[in-house]
Design a protein around this ligand. Structure first.
Ligand code: GDP
Ligand code: MG
Length: 175
């Protein structure tokens, strides 16, 4: 894509949220344009990268994935260190994963830099018949908490790039 010497910025972004909401697949869709149907739980790989151009700046997004540490308070502060953005993911078909979003916001407020840009993501938007979280509930929560919001499908790819570009653009804008 780009020669390394041309990179203007490296932005660390963390992906958080309950287990099985699709964090790893969102990452795989954004960095490789792939969806892996028989993916095992994440083990080993700590981050993936994709280099994008925003407003003529070459930005390398270094996106960190939790490796099965999604239990409450199991993600360590090292994971959040230096993060400029966060993708906070829930599953639109699992009400509990949305009810836990407030806890994840607390975690971010406790461990991440106070200026971190946060994008709330309702994933699995392709599963329309199984929806358990109305879009309006998420919009209201996001407005309350000052988060950006998008619904995505890692499976179809819908809105995944758009959500990442929005978050990266916001990070760039506030630099
Ligand atoms: P993680 O634990 O949050 O990393 O979740 P994974 O990325 O491993 O995904 C958990 C399960 O949800 C897997 O069976 C995926 O195939 C499935 N999944 C992830 N994203 C989507 C999506 O957008 N749509 C649908 N239908 N399934 C998804
Ligand atoms: Mg995972």
């Amino acid at each position: 894509e780009h020669a390394p010497e041309k990179i203007d910025y490296v932005f660390k972004v963390v992906v958080i949220g309950d287990s099985a909401v699709g964090k790893t697949q969102i990452l795989s869709r954004f960095t490789k344009n792939e969806f892996c149907f028989d993916s095992k739980s994440t083990i080993g790989v700590e981050f993936q990268t994709r280099t994008v151009t925003i407003k003529n700046k070459v930005i390398k997004a270094q996106i960190w994935d939790t490796a099965g540490q999604e239990r409450y308070r199991a993600v360590t502060s090292a994971y959040y260190r230096g993060a400029l953005g966060a993708m906070l993911v829930y599953d639109i078909t699992k009400r509990q994963s949305f009810d836990h979003v407030a806890r994840w916001v607390e975690e971010l407020r406790a461990h991440a830099d106070s200026s971190i840009a946060i994008m709330l993501i309702g994933n699995k938007a392709d599963l329309v018949d199984l929806r358990a979280v109305p879009t309006e509930d998420a919009v209201e929560f996001a407005e309350d908490q000052g988060l950006f919001f998008a619904e995505t499908s890692a499976l179809s790819g819908d809105n995944v790039d758009k959500a990442f570009f929005k978050l990266l653009g916001e990070i760039y804008g506030v630099l």
